[in-house]
Write a protein of this length. Structure first.
Length: 420
């Protein structure tokens, strides 16, 4: 048992590997219309973050940012009529495009609540339920490869200041879930804003870029949380019922029964569709109680005399249902850590974030990328991009609206470029 666990651990690269070193789908000219707004809770008026924004009748979509804001670009020739807004725990709402015009569009979603006692829970215990969830993956998720268009963003911050922001439109060959083939990524268009604030003593970089965000697709990568060998080491509890896109979902909480020293363990929640037993969403974090072990997982290279201490991790992945099949939709991961130098009084805190949103996809006439076209999984993503400014850089393509802090950092960097 221990040998297989260790072998599985070798392939678990969910921890964002970082280097700490001392110092397409649309046509370019197609016409489109841009719609912007903000999504809020109708009762509390708080922003709804990472909510789904989808064009009804198409595979086009995006997500709200950490300020609840969204931008969606719709090709005029698709004859779209409505946009649907949804988020876990809220009733979905369809809005006519004619209602999305104006300078301050605010969409309010009504929260829903379901008492667990009022729902007929399956007779098996939570662990048996998870066994069935895993058994249903091949049936619930796409059995054919799809070509997806996505928007990827990664950021590196020192305290509140951005050291780097990298963004790109990517094409993704998403392999079938019932086959043991890896996903491939090709960069369609990208840009970076490096050294928005020059680091004092360190350059922190994320290895793998968009591939890191795709790892959070745990239905495609079950070895992270769902491996047959792993599940007995977790305790599962059904703690709630939530609605996602008008469907009931069990909320299954999981945590390690004990910490296994040679393997990364996680705490979190699965959101499981009541009828299909498909995972609609998962949110989790790495157990970092052993700081030294966690540091070894995350850091690939660092200078002598530097101690890196993990502070927190958080991951989320969501899926969309289409004609009875579930497709990867959005993921986000964030890792926060502190750096201390020997014989120095000061220390610095850093955070790395990566997120990817699928903005369109198709299953027609799918072909794999050639090796020379694919992004390397060991690449430092921001080193693959060039830095330049363009107010309409993304053109007709959909992207994740930057939150206020990222937007301000980008404007600051654009001013630096213009001065140069």
């Amino acid at each position: 048992m221990k040998t297989k666990l260790v072998e599985t651990a070798k392939y678990t690269m969910l921890a964002m590997l970082i280097f700490v070193v001392q110092l397409s789908f649309a046509q370019e000219n197609a016409e489109y219309t841009v719609y912007k707004g903000k999504v809020k809770d109708s009762k509390t008026k708080t922003n709804i973050v990472f909510g789904n924004v989808s064009v009804v009748g198409t595979n086009v979509g995006t997500v709200t940012n950490s300020d609840g804001e969204f931008t969606i670009k719709i090709q005029n020739d698709v004859n779209a009529k409505e946009v649907e807004f949804s988020h876990i725990g809220y009733n979905s709402k369809k809005i006519a495009l004619s209602e999305l015009t104006g300078e301050e569009v605010v969409i309010q979603l009504n929260p829903t609540s379901v008492n667990l006692s009022e729902v007929t829970v399956r007779p098996e215990n939570a662990s048996a339920l998870m066994d069935k969830v895993v058994a249903q993956i091949a049936q619930n998720y796409s059995s054919e490869a799809v070509m997806s268009a996505g928007f990827y963003r990664e950021t590196v911050k020192q305290g509140r200041d951005y050291l780097g922001i990298s963004e790109a439109l990517v094409d993704i060959y998403k392999a079938a879930y019932n086959e043991d083939f890896e996903d491939k990524i090709k960069v369609f268009k990208g840009r970076k804003s490096s050294n928005v604030k020059k680091a004092d003593t360190l350059a922190v970089k994320l290895q793998g870029g968009p591939y890191t965000a795709l790892l959070f697709d745990i239905a495609k990568n079950p070895y992270i949380l769902l491996d047959d060998v792993l599940r007995p080491y977790y305790e599962y509890t059904i703690v709630d019922i939530k609605t996602i896109n008008e469907s009931l979902n069990y909320v299954v909480e999981f945590k390690p029964k004990y910490i296994y020293p040679d393997f990364p363990m996680y705490n979190g929640k699965f959101y499981i569709n009541n009828n299909s037993l498909a995972i609609s969403m998962v949110e989790f974090s790495l157990d970092i109680s052993d700081k030294d072990r966690a540091s070894e997982m995350f850091v690939k290279r660092k200078p002598i005399g530097l101690k890196l201490t993990p502070i927190s991790t958080s991951y989320i992945a969501t899926y969309k249902e289409n004609n009875g099949k579930y497709y990867f939709s959005y993921s986000r991961g964030e890792f926060k850590f502190k750096c201390n130098w020997k014989r120095k009084l000061f220390n610095s805190s850093y955070s790395i974030m990566s997120e990817i949103a699928i903005t369109d996809w198709s299953s027609d006439k799918i072909e794999k990328f050639k090796t020379k076209e694919s992004l390397s999984k060991t690449a430092i993503f921001e080193e693959e991009l060039t830095a330049f400014t363009d107010d309409n850089f993304w053109g007709e393509h959909n992207f994740i609206e930057p939150d206020e802090s990222i937007e301000n950092a980008l404007k600051k960097y654009e001013k630096q470029l213009k001065r140069k």
